[in-house]
Design a protein around this ligand. Structure first.
Ligand code: FES
Length: 107
């Protein structure tokens, strides 16, 4: 199963195996990663699943939808060029090893 590396703002790393088809927010929330809140459950209405996708991986993701871009305007922490909402990142086999960093706050 492909793995995802979640790195907290203090440098703590959690590696999760995520089934292809599941999104990264759900994987993080179900595993108790507290830096991802995912309050809306992935319906693009909360922006509490903000992550910074490692630059090496960013180009392998589909571009954000207009709805995701709109919600990225609402993130609590600094928005960066590699900001994405983790509920919109669907795991795939070829994303094995992807690295995402979590901001210091989600709300
Ligand atoms: S979980 Fe609410 S926007 Fe991602």
């Amino acid at each position: 199963m492909p793995d995802v590396h979640f790195i907290a703002d203090d440098g703590t790393e959690t590696v999760l195996d995520v089934y292809p088809g599941n999104n990264l927010m759900m994987a993080a929330v179900f595993d108790g990663i507290r830096q991802i809140e995912g309050i809306c459950g992935g319906c693009l209405s909360c922006a509490t699943c903000h992550v910074y996708v490692d630059e090496a991986w960013l180009g392998r993701l589909p571009p954000p939808s207009s709805d995701e871009l709109r919600m990225l305007d609402e993130v609590a922490a600094e928005r960066r060029p590699n900001s994405r909402l983790s509920c919109q990142i669907e795991m795939r086999e070829d994303l094995a090893g992807i690295v995402v960093r979590m901001p210091d706050r989600q709300s």
